[in-house]
Design a protein around this ligand. Structure first.
Ligand code: 8X3
Length: 250
């Protein structure tokens, strides 16, 4: 298997962390990005030594570009970018939502993803190879009540993915998105602002996906032969038929 250099945003938890763990075990070199240096250091202790840590907040444009520029030579030749950082803030009808929550989702899920991509893109274009995998959501394909801006932010990820694939087509760069449904991670805890009981209920009465299930898909997207681009992959729990049709036991 070809060893690659892979940059992952939002690498310290959930899908990002599971993906990092699996890719590291396969011997790939990783650049783990997150906001909390101590957490990244702690996590990286169990990873392959070929791991570089990068602390920045994707919302901060200057920081994003500076951090990517600071990557040491050994890790500079990035083969794969996994844009995973993203979250939901709040779950309320549009007219009852808080604008600050909307801004947080647009700043991280949309603008942050754009900044990181832009910071890495030129080098991939120059060498005419590379791969970009964006973590979208079923929410980007179908809006659901109270999802409003979160759904819009993930729809932006899907459309940006399509646009990138078109623009980068002449350069042999694979561009794709993985769109998970309900994954049991810290996601709902953040969405419900630390209301653990409410968050727990989201994943009760059915078998949700695990972060590992999604990480397995991402690993396959990376390991697929060079001529194969898994352009758009929706992964749902078997109990979930759409963004809001769920076979839950009572
Ligand atoms: C996370 C999945 O269904 O909560 O993006 O929107 S969902």
């Amino acid at each position: 298997m070809i060893k690659k250099t892979i940059l992952i945003t939002g690498a310290s938890s959930g899908i990002g962390w599971s993906t990092a763990n699996k890719l590291s075990k396969k011997g790939h070199s990783l650049i783990l990005c997150g906001r909390n240096t101590n957490k990244l250091i702690e996590l990286s202790n169990v990873l392959h030594p070929d791991t570089h840590l990068l602390t920045f907040d994707v919302r901060n444009k200057e920081d994003v570009f500076k951090s990517i520029l600071s990557i040491p030579k050994k890790f500079k030749d990035i083969d794969v970018l996994i844009n995973n950082a993203g979250n939901a803030h709040g779950f309320a009808l549009a007219h009852e939502s808080i604008v600050i929550d909307w801004e947080a989702m647009i700043d991280v899920n949309v603008k942050g993803l754009f900044y990181v991509t832009k910071a890495i893109l030129n080098d991939m274009v120059k060498k005419k190879s590379g791969q970009i995998i964006n973590v979208g959501s079923i929410a980007g394909k179908e809006s659901y009540p109270k999802g409003n801006v979160y759904c819009a932010s993930k729809a932006a990820v899907e459309k940006f993915t399509e646009g990138l694939r078109l623009d980068l087509n002449p350069f042999g760069i694979r561009v794709s998105a993985v769109h998970p449904g309900l994954v049991a991670t810290n996601f709902s805890n953040v969405r419900f602002k630390g209301d653990k009981e409410r968050a727990k209920k989201v994943y009760e009465g059915f078998t949700p996906l695990s972060a590992n299930d999604v990480a397995d898909c991402i690993c396959y997207m990376i390991e697929a032969p060079k001529h194969v681009n898994i352009a758009d992959l929706t992964i749902l729990p078997t109990d979930q038929a759409s963004a809001y049709v769920l076979n839950k036991s009572d």
